[in-house]
Write a protein that binds this ligand. Structure first.
Ligand code: ZN
Length: 381
């Protein structure tokens, strides 16, 4: 049952449940928010409720054939579209979600909070951007115009609808007047990229970050993460389950130790250490490299919060707070300097995304970091 796998989000779950009960669910809706907030599992929960053949169960009975098929993402009246890249041997204009469906299904069944980046990385060896093309839009229109296979309803889920772009024009008529019994659920990260004309024809539900306690519970129960690590990962993730899971699954030393060690190497200009550190960084996979850099951004944010709002504003456990404070207390960073560091890390991340070798990115970045921190050395060595 998709409804039972949803992490937190009780409020929106209740609202949707009520609309389903009262039969007031809009025929076109947008669930907006980071993938880690759970837009997709919520969309699939709605689909399951709509397609269940035992109508007395509001969110689906979980027992009927229809519910099982939605659980496995193989219901003939549940249509799903998502961004793809060109498939080998097929022209891009002819490539659609169907060409990647088995892989997508496996990945979503494994983790419905999958991030868009992880998806694109799984299907593209290069830094190609995915999108939802014209053929996909035409397919959507065509299949929704057909009779439902099993019951009277059809559900179209469009995951990362951000990537429809102006092709969304094709869907305007469909969204305005869907065939009877048809529901369109757009899952998007941010409505900014979507056509205003499309948005205005849908009911938009903006998802909030997931509460910390719900994230901690799932990390501990489903992923066997130890309490302290689960708690720390939840705090850092700002309510994004994908992020929390990524943080929690990095083993050994905590990310904070890594980041502080790096700052220390740069601060004392230990070039030998920086070289070894860069080599080790180069051996991580792209996702781990990006996680480390994004964690660095979190640390910088924490330092700013500490400076401007006091220690209680820092979202870290007490031990980490102490480590952070003892490291930054002799750096005397100003808010402006932290902004410069922010830009540096953002630049490093974008190089990693463009597949510049991690070792080079890290070595260059470390030299810049050393320069920024160099005026800060009070007791070198
Ligand atoms: Zn059912």
């Amino acid at each position: 049952m998709w409804s039972s796998g949803i992490i937190g989000q009780d409020k929106v779950k209740n609202t949707l449940n009520k609309s389903i009960q009262q039969d007031t669910l809009p025929h076109a809706m947008i669930l907006e928010g980071s993938s880690g907030y759970g837009g997709l599992p919520l969309g699939l929960m709605i689909a399951q409720a709509l397609l269940c053949t035992e109508s007395e169960h509001d969110l689906g009975c979980g027992q009927c054939k229809s519910c099982h098929q939605v659980d496995d993402l193989i219901h003939p009246d549940l249509h799903i579209a998502f961004p793809v890249v060109r498939k080998e041997g097929v022209e891009r204009k002819n490539t659609t979600s169907k060409d990647f469906m088995p892989l997508w299904r496996d990945m979503i069944l494994e983790n419905p909070y999958l991030s868009y980046n992880d998806w694109i990385r799984a299907i593209s060896k290069t830094s190609a951007n995915g999108d939802i093309n014209v053929k996909e839009c035409n397919d959507i229109i065509r299949q929704l115009s057909l009779q439902a296979f099993a019951g009277t309803r059809k559900v179209q889920v469009i995951w990362i609808a951000d990537e429809i772009g102006t092709n969304g024009n094709k869907l305007l008529k469909l969204v305005e007047e869907p065939p009877p019994g048809t529901f369109l659920i757009f899952i998007c990260l941010n409505t900014e990229k979507m056509l205003g004309t499309l948005i205005s024809r849908c009911q938009v539900i903006r998802l909030s970050p997931i509460d910390d306690a719900s994230i901690v519970k799932v990390l501990m129960e489903k992923y066997q993460v130890a309490h302290d690590l689960a708690h720390q990962s939840a705090l850092l993730s700002d309510g994004d389950f994908s992020q929390a899971l990524t943080y929690a699954q990095l083993e050994e030393d905590t990310l904070l130790d890594h980041v502080l060690q790096w700052i220390q190497l740069c601060r004392i200009r230990d070039y030998h250490g920086i070289r070894n550190w860069s080599v080790a960084f180069g051996q991580m996979n792209t996702e781990e490299q990006k996680t480390l850099l994004s964690y660095f951004l979190k640390v910088l944010e924490s330092i700013i919060y500490g400076l401007l709002l006091g220690d209680q504003a820092i979202r870290m456990n007490e031990l980490d707070k102490k480590k952070l404070k003892s490291c930054v207390s002799n750096l005397h960073l100003s808010v402006v300097e932290i902004e410069i560091l922010n830009d540096l890390i953002a630049d490093m991340t974008s190089k990693i995304e463009r597949y510049v070798p991690g070792r080079m990115v890290m070595f260059d970045g470390s030299l810049s970091l050393s320069r920024i921190l160099s005026g800060k050395i009070h007791h070198p060595g």
